[in-house]
Design a binder for this molecule. Structure first.
Ligand code: MV4
Length: 589
């Protein structure tokens, strides 16, 4: 059964660790690669062997095909697993792996190529009889074309980047007058993201669900599907919550979507695990959107309801094994939900929130799985994807899973950085989610972000605290024979006085005003240079000082225009996470 003796995982963080676990179970040796920014990372420690492959920026390490392949040769690996992101859907890398004598744990490069071009994929699906969203299967050449197509398909229409996917470059056009601007804008985005300005047009579906189907295909012509996943909960085309089964899919529709998925995969000669993504409209029509030619973040919910290990299937398929089960053997049990735990700040426009994790405790208990890549003391590096963990629950039905997720979110403690924990609590408690609706609008609403912020303060800490100077204290309090754990944020002298003055200046209720005039260091490190002096006028974004951490230089910038006061760092000084560098004052008249 052991088809390989050693596999290199060309990835980092939680997905690298998740893959290592399966490889261990298969008795296969594990090789990690890591960048200079990931020297202390868990994924490097989790493998049998770990190799430094270059500096932090991905092009010089995780995206460097040469360095990854050199390392695979040096380590004596037989195969390369790309995980997701980075090189996972790079057909050139898949070919380079095979040319260098390694097995590529993924689909044939030709299938990656066809599915990588959205117009080529739409053409192939039309030939295969798989329904696509009505629109063009070739790029459109002008805004006039867009207007003409709007007339034919009916407004609104969507313009999408041909080389795109995941909604990047998507522009909605409601009427003919908007065609010129939307066309040019979609082309610019295509060029910026994919170096390809080609765009095509689809009818725009109102309030659809994002429903995708998991496919397994071996090298012996066997294909099967493992049911659908519903990924409708997205923000700016980033999936946040995924579940299976879809609240909108019953047995008959599941079979239809499964068959379409298999037809789609077969049409491009697919082999490995892969996902057909589609849109489900309110009338139950299902349209092909694109194929993800990799293992996906949300594969876990399918694992939970099928009992299968999709990474194991992927490795065995790459080793030439036939699938060990048939469609009839697939049993879907209960309901699974995944929440993506990103180091992002919902109260700050979901901006990434890199920094040191000061405290960390994972949930456990019945029906709970955590795929994570961090621990207390981990540094979340801003260079990489903000996904630090995936929290997955399994319940007998949807509401059981939903309540279990809320319980697990409550148990989860991540201190030192902002995360989506509070956002997920707010969302899963929201009536729209409880009812299994699409929640379009709600997910991106200010109300939900504010509720997320309130809930996240239950686990607030030093770095999240209003002035970056508060320490978390736990005291136990007994009231009426019941023990309570109380977390208090205690200002520490000499900063207590500073915090008081700032609050007075900002007035009551101006919590955020008070928070925002101090510049704090987001990480522990050493001050290399201070670029401003007390009393200097600075503009938002201007560099205040440079802090070296983990051999990388980080620019600490002013967050707003103002005058530098209370400057408290000098070159050579060691700073801690959340330490105040200075205050940027504004005249408040
Ligand atoms: C669409 C659409 C409506 N009509 N295409 C594409 C990628 C995915 N991330 C979102 N995409 C959409 N494509 C057409 N022709 C609406 C979306 C969409 C969406 C779809 C399902 C669930 C949530 C969504 C959120 C934003 C946009």
């Amino acid at each position: 059964m052991t088809v390989f003796s050693k596999i290199l995982v060309a990835n980092r963080g939680e997905i690298a660790i998740r893959i290592f676990r399966t490889l261990r179970e298969l008795g296969i040796g594990t090789v990690a690669v890591y960048s200079e920014a990931d020297r202390g990372s868990l994924h490097a420690a989790a493998a049998d062997e770990a190799y430094l492959i270059g500096p932090g920026p991905p092009p010089e390490s995780y995206l460097s095909q040469e360095r990854v392949l050199e390392t695979a040769a040096r380590a004596g690996a037989e195969a390369v697993h790309p995980g997701y992101g980075f090189l996972a859907e790079n057909a050139a890398f898949a070919r380079a792996c095979e040319a260098a004598g390694f097995v590529w744990i993924g689909p044939p490069p030709e299938a990656i190529d066809v599915m990588g071009s959205k117009t080529a994929a739409r053409k192939a699906m039309t030939v295969a009889g798989v329904p696509i969203v009505p629109g063009t299967t070739a790029p459109v050449e002008s805004a006039d074309d867009v207007r003409r197509l709007g007339g034919e398909l009916g407004w609104p229409i969507a313009i999408k980047a041909s080389a795109g996917g995941g909604g990047k470059g998507l522009k909605v056009v409601s009427e003919p007058d908007e065609a010129d601007r939307a066309y040019e804008s979609a082309r610019r985005e295509g060029e910026a993201y994919f170096s390809d300005s080609a765009v095509y047009v689809e009818r725009y579906l109102e309030d659809p669900r994002h429903v995708e189907v998991q496919i397994l295909a071996d090298s012996h012509g066997n294909l099967l599907h493992l049911g659908e996943r519903d990924c409708t909960i997205q923000r700016r085309h980033q999936k946040l919550v995924e579940e299976t089964p879809s609240p909108a899919v019953g047995g008959e529709l599941r079979e239809r979507i499964g068959r379409l998925g298999i037809d789609a995969a077969r049409a491009v000669g697919y082999r490995s695990v892969g996902t057909i993504e589609g849109l489900l409209d309110r009338d139950g029509n299902y349209f092909f959107l694109e194929m993800n030619t990799r293992i996906q973040v949300e594969h876990t919910v399918t694992e939970v309801v099928t009992g299968l290990d999709l990474v194991r299937e992927q490795v065995l398929i790459a080793g030439g094994e036939p699938l060990s089960l048939r469609q009839d053997d697939v049993r879907l049990t209960g309901h699974a939900i995944e929440c993506r735990i990103n180091a992002e700040d919902p109260s700050n426009g979901f901006l990434p929130s890199p920094g040191r994790i000061t405290s960390y405790r994972e949930p456990a208990g019945p029906g709970v799985r955590v795929d994570s890549g961090v621990a207390a003391g981990s540094e979340v590096v801003g260079l990489y994807d903000p996904l630090i963990a995936k929290l997955i629950v399994h319940g007998v039905d949807r509401d059981h899973a939903r309540r279990r997720m809320l319980r697990a979110l409550d148990e989860y403690e991540i201190g030192g950085i902002a995360t989506l924990l509070g956002f997920h609590r707010a969302l899963l408690e929201h009536p729209c989610f409880a009812a299994g609706e699409t929640c379009h609008g709600v997910v991106e609403s200010k109300e939900l972000a504010e509720q997320a912020d309130r809930l996240s303060h239950q686990t607030t800490n030093l770095a999240e605290s209003p002035d970056g100077r508060l320490r978390e204290r736990v005291a136990r309090v007994e009231l009426d024979g019941r023990l309570y754990e109380v977390k208090a944020l205690v200002p520490e002298p000499p900063f207590a006085e500073l915090a008081r003055r700032r609050r007075e200046r900002s007035g009551p209720g101006a919590h955020h005003g008070a928070a925002r005039d101090a510049v704090v260091t987001p990480m522990q490190g050493t001050v290399l240079a201070v670029e401003v002096a007390e009393g200097d006028e600075v503009r938002a974004g201007q560099v205040i000082c440079i802090v070296e951490a983990m051999k990388m230089e980080n620019e600490i910038t002013a967050h707003r225009d103002g005058v530098v006061t209370e400057l408290s760092v000098e070159p050579g000084q060691a700073v801690t996470t959340g330490q105040i560098v200075c205050v940027v004052s504004q005249d408040e008249t």
